[in-house]
Write a protein that binds this ligand. Structure first.
Ligand code: NDP
Ligand code: MG
Length: 386
C-alpha cells in the first residue's frame, strides 16, 4: 500500500485526489493533509479519511481543527504554518507527497520533501516556475521522482515513456485558449471577474482559472515543461486546441509525433502520477470519437494574450526572472479577483515588474534568493497598485 500526504487537500486538485483514493480501495493510505483556512472542508476530510497528521497554514484554523478533533475523539496531530506544511510533506511514513497548494508557497515544502527522499506528485507548477533548476537538480541528486500532475506535462511524460529523451525534437503544448479565445484586446477591456472565471472545459481553483483566461497558465506551463523535460524554449510550441482532448504531444527527431488523449478530467493525470508506472481503475469517461467528430488547432494570439509572450521572455532570460514574473502575476491575479484592477492590467503589471527588477538579474539562483526577490516584487506591485 502506498502511503501519501496531500498538500492543498481542500483545493480543486486536492479534492480530486481524494476521489482517486476513494476509487482505489486498499491501494493508498492517506497519512497527512494540509490546507490554508478551509476548516469545514478539512473537517469532512478528517471524518472520511482520518489521517494521522494535519497542518493548517492559518494558525486560528489549526486551533479550530484541534478543538474539533478533541471533541470528536480523532487522534490526529495538528500543526500550523509553514513548519506544519513541511512536516506533512516530510512524514517519515510516506512514500509520496502530492503537492497541490497554489502559488510559490509550495516551494519550501517541495524542497523539504525532496531532501527527505520522498517522491513528489507535483501539481503546484509555480514551484517549478520560480526555482525549476534548483528543484530538478536536487531531485536528480537525491534520486527522487518528480511526477507531473499538470495534465499537459503528464501527457508529455506519458508520451516519453519507452523513448530516449535524447531523440526528442519538440514539445507541442496544447492549450484550450480559455474563455476569451478569439477575442480582441478591445473586447477584453471591461470583462468581469465572473466572465474570467467561466472556463469552457475545466473546473479549477480561482487562481489557475484566471491564469487560463490570460494564457499565463500556458506561459507557466512552458517554463514548467522546460525544467521538467530539459527542453529548450525554442523547442516548445504552444498550440491552441479548444476541445482539450489532446493533452499535449511530443515530436521525435524522425518527425513522428506521440500524443496523449483523454477526457478533460484531472483525476486521470493524478491517478497516473500516484500509480506510476501502472495504469489502474477506469477513473475518467471514455472519449466517443463519433460524437466529437473533429479536433481543431490554432496559433495563440500573443499580441492579445501578452502574458504568454512575457512568460517565454522570462523563461528565456532565465535566472530569477521567472520568479519575478510569477510573483507579479500572483499579486496581479489577486488584485483582479478582488476587483482592484482590470483584466488587461494583469499583463501590464507583470511587464512593469520584469523591467523594474531587471537589475536583480545578477542574483545567484538559490532558494533563499528566490523567496527574497518574490517578497520584494510582491511589495513593489502592491505599493504601486493600491
Ligand atoms: P485551489 O485554489 O483550488 O486549492 C489550493 C489549495 O492550496 C487549497 O487546499 C488551499 O487551502 C491551499 N492553499 C492556498 N493558499 C495557501 C497558503 N498560503 N498556504 C497553504 N496552503 C494554501 O487550487 P487548485 O487545486 O486549482 O490548484 C493547485 C495547484 O495545482 C496550482 O499550482 C495550480 O496551478 C495547479 N494545477 C491545478 C489544476 C486544476 O485543475 N485545478 C490543473 C493543473 C495544475 P484552503 O482551501 O484552505 O484555501
Ligand atoms: Mg495544465
Amino acid at each position: 500500500m502506498k502511503k501519501l500526504s496531500i498538500l492543498g487537500a481542500t483545493g480543486s486538485i486536492g479534492m480530486q485526489t481524494l476521489d482517486v483514493l476513494r476509487k482505489s480501495p486498499g491501494e493508498f493510505e492517506l497519512l497527512g493533509v494540509t490546507a490554508n483556512s478551509s476548516v469545514e472542508k478539512m473537517k469532512d476530510i478528517i471524518t472520511e479519511f482520518n489521517p494521522k497528521y494535519l497542518a493548517m497554514m492559518n494558525t486560528e484554523s489549526a486551533k479550530e481543527i484541534e478543538c474539533f478533533c478533541r471533541e470528536k475523539q480523532f487522534n490526529i496531530k495538528v500543526y500550523s504554518g509553514m513548519a506544519g506544511l513541511i512536516k506533512i510533506a516530510t512524514l517519515e511514513e510516506i512514500n509520496i507527497a502530492l503537492i497541490a497548494v497554489v502559488g510559490m508557497i509550495g516551494l519550501k515544502p517541495t524542497m523539504a520533501a525532496i531532501e527527505a527522499n520522498k517522491d513528489i506528485a507535483l501539481a503546484n507548477k509555480e514551484t517549478l516556475v520560480v526555482a525549476g533548476e534548483i528543484v530538478m537538480k536536487r531531485a536528480c541528486e537525491k534520486g527522487v521522482k518528480i511526477l507531473p500532475v499538470d495534465s499537459e506535462h503528464s501527457a508529455i511524460f506519458q508520451a516519453l515513456q519507452g523513448n530516449d529523451i535524447k531523440s526528442l525534437k519538440k514539445i507541442i503544448l496544447t492549450a484550450s485558449g480559455g474563455p476569451f479565445r478569439g477575442k480582441s484586446a478591445k473586447e477584453l477591456e471591461n470583462i468581469s471577474v465572473d466572465e474570467a472565471l467561466n472556463h469552457p472545459n475545466w473546473s479549477m481553483g480561482n487562481k489557475i482559472t484566471i491564469d487560463s483566461a490570460t494564457l499565463m497558465n500556458k506561459g507557466l506551463e512552458v517554463i514548467e515543461a522546460h525544467f521538467l523535460f530539459n527542453c529548450d524554449y525554442d523547442n516548445i510550441q504552444v498550440l491552441v486546441h479548444p476541445e482539450s482532448i489532446i493533452h499535449s504531444m511530443v515530436e521525435y527527431k524522425d518527425s513522428s509525433i506521440i500524443a496523449q488523449l483523454g477526457s478533460a478530467d484531472m483525476r486521470l493525470p493524478i491517478q497516473y502520477a500516484l500509480n506510476y508506472t501502472c495504469r489502474k481503475n477506469e477513473i475518467a469517461k471514455s472519449i466517443d470519437f463519433y460524437e466529437i467528430s473533429q479536433l481543431n488547432f490554432e496559433k495563440p494570439n500573443t499580441d492579445v494574450f501578452r502574458c504568454l509572450k512575457l512568460a517565454f521572455k522570462a523563461g528565456t532570460r532565465g535566472g530569477v526572472m521567472p520568479a519575478i514574473m510569477n510573483a507579479a502575476n500572483e499579486v496581479a491575479v489577486d488584485l483582479f479577483l478582488n476587483k482592484k484592477i482590470q483584466f488587461l492590467e494583469i499583463s501590464h503589471i507583470i511587464e512593469d515588474a520584469m523591467v523594474n527588477f531587471e537589475e536583480h538579474m545578477n542574483t545567484e539562483l538559490t532558494i533563499d534568493n528566490v523567496i527574497n526577490i518574490d517578497n520584494k516584487v510582491r511589495e513593489y506591485v502592491l505599493n504601486k497598485n493600491s
